[in-house]
Ligand binder design. Sequence first.
Ligand SMILES: *Cc1c(COP(=O)(O)O)cnc(C)c1O
Length: 421
Amino acid sequence: MDHFLYRDGTLHAEDVSLRDIAATVGTPFYAYSSATLTRHYNLFHEALSPLPHLVCFAIKSLSNIAVLKTLGDLGAGMDVVSGGEYLRARAAGVPGDRIVFSGVGKTREEMRLALTGGIRQFNVESEPEMRALSEVATSLGVIAPITIRVNPDVDARTHEKIATGKKDNKFGIPIDRASSVYAEAALLPGLKVVGIDVHIGSQLTELEPFEQAYLKVADLTERLRAEGHTITRLDLGGGLGIPYTRSNEAPPLPSDYGALIKRTVGHLGCEIEIEPGRLISGNAGVLVSRVIYVKEGQGRDFLILDAAMNDLVRPSMYGAHHDIDPVIEPAAATLPHTYDVVGPVCETGDTFAKARPLAPLSEGDLVVFRSAGAYGAVMASEYNTRPLIPEVLVKGDQFAVIRARPTFDEILNRDTLPEWL
Ligand SMILES: *Cc1c(COP(=O)(O)O)cnc(C)c1O
């Protein structure tokens, strides 16, 4: 469920008309709903209660500081995968003891940043990383709390680019080798082992792969405890999928996911962490764009928008589907027209949808891409020297620009000419 609904014939974000926002900030832009972000965070929080738990929002899905503060103020933790994301979480007022640091290639500099700034735990992904972290912590005179990310060799049955839990993926250590890796970790002077971490992929639309992975984690917890390790925390990763179409696609609910967690690992007496990104931010955002031209092609019409693949790369990169709707609600009896929906960027990959039936549209009309909150703005680039588009946060009847569109001067001034040129 989200908070983008038609009211009096115009699509609103909560109580604000998207047409009014477009008139103020110009198109294209991203608009986020505070109410949807809050609702989704609360669903996870309630799904895990009464287990001791922390819901860590995966910042990489949507990293604007105003969004992070919205969630952080509710008590959310944060899952970061870079020094930059760590700094964003801190800038949003999230204390270090609610931040977990994931990622397969943390640098020593990033480790230092988090160890001096305060961190709940590092999710370590390899033996070389573990040794480096121990060295950095020792040099700073501190102890780094860690979990080790295990790769359970489970097929997440999702898009291959975002599956992470098969043994040939780059993530984690093979679960079969966990005993020896934990044994080495226990001997490293700068580390304190606190738990186990697992994350098998993104946009999972079934619970079964989670179940397989979490049962393996439960077994491993008991095995490691028998080997003398103290396992008090299980980080179960993110990855729960969202519906990208209005059809009958119905991914599992956070409440079902919570019940699964309780069933598989609830008896172990561990504190549970999860790292949802997409399910919190995905349906909390839309991309609003304007039709520049309607171009009649051979056997098809092109809807040429002012948004492009550099603003929302998911269709071009993952073949992803986003529902597209007009901001002005079409009359009930309107017959759809079929369009290829494209952006202005100079490559054929800049196609959002092919042969998509939509209400007939004309130059100047506004459309939205739904479910664009996750992996939208964060993956944007300035390809074709198209400025990064603004982000707007709505709360009730208020809205604010939370990242402004850069001016062309700002963009051009980032380049510098060498003295010798
Ligand atoms: C990407 C990622 C997440 C979030 O995944 P979603 O599908 O957005 O929920 C969580 N944890 C880790 C380690 C990740 O890499």
